[in-house]
Design a protein around this ligand. Sequence first.
Ligand code: GUN
Length: 295
Amino acid sequence: MSAKIIDGKLISSEIREELKNEVAALKKEGITPGLGVILVGEDPASQSYVKAKEKACEDLDIYSDNRHIPAETTEKELLEIIDAMNNDPKINGILVQLPLPKHINADKVIMRISPDKDVDGFHPQSIGKMIMGKDTFLPCTPHGVVKLLNYSGVQIEGAHVVVVGRSNIVGKPVANLLLDKSKNGNATVTVCHSRTKNIAEMTRQADILIAAMGKPQFIKADMVKDGVVVIDVGVNRIEDSTRKRGYRLVGDVDFEAVKEKVSLITPVPGGVGPMTITMLMFNTVQSAKLRKDRG
Ligand code: GUN
């Protein structure tokens, strides 16, 4: 791979090797980390994410309780499954794949997950602690972004980070992590979104640009300065008749054009994606360790 490319698969496999050792050590003490994975409905992107999460559990020897339930499942039925997982000692983490069907209130579902098992880091208690810089489960994609920057030797402190996108899952939390007064923070952070006036003027100021707005190839070469570090969180399916499956994945960045100007860039696929799943495994192992320490 080119020296400019941040290889998320490689970094991810290094972290997974460390996790494998941790899982083996826990097993020697009679503890098997466990993840409950709930997928409601048949959204194709969600199905492939969930499959990758289940495979990661298998590879790391983490127990997983996989529930693929129909789109017509009621909110009450889903909440009952979460309650059962909250009370199941074999389960250290619970993941409900988003988005959920419209008749189910996602906020209510997220709040039902015990904060002790909130390995997605989506519960308001986890988010509040994260913003305050307290120990908690960090949301997986933002945490993965920080790890990619660390492994690539990128200086975060003092850098001007521009985040494009303000979702609760990526934009807001990644901005907070990088802003935090901590080892992996101390950046100056600007957050742009769909109502920002002249986004290009903002993105051109970035030392580190994080694209997380879900718009295929939105960031063009004239929107970045020379030497920028680009982290592309976008995963978009665009039609491609040359592919057997009829589509290909692209990020939020026009990769081919932008890569000519960058010092480092993540590809899609193979950049942030594998890290999200790896940090989910990381949180699940942490949760098992915390439970052991609590007794
Ligand atoms: N949907 C898209 N990304 C995520 C994620 O990180 N966790 C969950 N639960 N759902 C998602």
